[in-house]
Design a protein around this ligand. Structure first.
Ligand code: COA
Length: 272
């Protein structure tokens, strides 16, 4: 077996990886997995304290060279500066993971234009800002873009009009970039995590529905783990997936197979 047909412990050695929103949850686990597999990792996030503790964790997991930048993905100049600074120290990015996201539960009729705009700004515009800012680096490395998406992109979930619209845009952007940037050797894919234990996203969404009731809706009968998403991210950005672009990998324990009906009913019951 060659290193392009199996995952090896140091398969990202010598590679430069940048993760937006990498200071917590799924994105931190993704960054950590890349570091554990030899990559030089850089992350950006809004909160300086969370960034510091994530960098300590990443440095321990990898070669001690993890970099962190305070940058809000809504600020294209800040993201570009972080990407450039990371490239200066680690070399141009081989992998860019666009993971930064914001979300909250709210009925569509109670959602303000600014609330809607805020989530679209973080999730969709922020994803574009990172992809756009990384283009020249990825062109130089013939690298890989990975977008962290969500099931709401495909099926409407109650109280998620803003996040659903934003993530649907992310999915379409991913396919568009895959189409246009294939000629540069840049692969673009997305991953759809189901409910993942211990994440801020689940904490916010489960506050009304309840974690146990929600886990019961998942065909595999449980929430996923951040490491289960991270391992799929590694595969998608590795040589194992060298002919895969424009695709969405759903890692949700089968939740998408069931639609959103039970979730919506549980939510309505909780909120009525
Ligand atoms: N319900 C309804 N509207 C809400 C809301 C909620 N729970 N939380 C925020 N909003 C609205 C605000 O009211 C505001 O709109 P308004 O000016 O019309 O009142 C708008 O969203 C912006 O809120 P603000 O708090 O100023 O935004 P922010 O940029 O500081 O924070 C958020 C962004 C709202 C996404 C915030 O929840 C956040 O920082 N989340 C990061 C972590 C996260 O969401 N993780 C889960 C990822 S899946």
């Amino acid at each position: 077996m060659t290193s392009s047909t199996c995952l090896t412990p140091q398969m990202f050695a010598g590679k430069s990886v940048f993760v937006t929103g990498g200071s917590s949850g799924i994105n931190l686990a993704i960054a950590r997995s890349f570091a554990e597999h030899g990559a030089a990792v850089a992350i950006c996030a809004r909160d300086a304290d969370k960034l510091r503790s994530a960098i300590a964790e990443l440095s321990q997991a990898g070669d001690g060279q993890a970099l962190g930048f305070v940058a809000d993905v809504r600020n294209d100049g800040a993201v570009r500066a972080a990407l450039e600074s990371a490239a200066h120290q680690h070399g141009p990015a081989d992998v860019v993971v666009c993971g930064a996201a914001g979300n909250f539960m709210v009925r569509a009729e109670d959602l303000t234009p600014n609330g809607f705009r805020t989530v679209v700004d973080i999730d969709l515009i922020g994803t574009f800002n990172a992809a756009n800012g990384a283009f020249e680096q990825l062109r130089a490395t013939r690298g890989s873009l990975l977008f962290v998406s969500a099931g709401q992109a495909f099926v409407p979930f109650s109280h998620q009009a803003h996040a659903g619209a934003a993530k649907a845009g992310v999915e379409n952007l991913m396919r568009n970039l895959a189409l246009e940037w294939g000629r540069y050797g840049i692969r673009c894919n997305s991953i759809v995590p189901g409910p993942i234990a211990g994440t801020e996203g689940v904490r916010r969404l489960a506050a009304d529905v309840g974690e146990e009731a929600w886990a019961d809706m998942v065909p595999l009968g449980r929430f996923g783990t951040t490491d289960e998403i991270a391992s799929m991210a590694l595969v998608l950005c590795s040589p194992l997936a060298s002919f895969v672009t424009g695709t969405t990998l759903v890692a949700d324990g089968g939740l998408a197979l069931t639609g959103s009906g039970r979730f919506n009913q549980a939510l309505e019951r909780a909120c009525s």
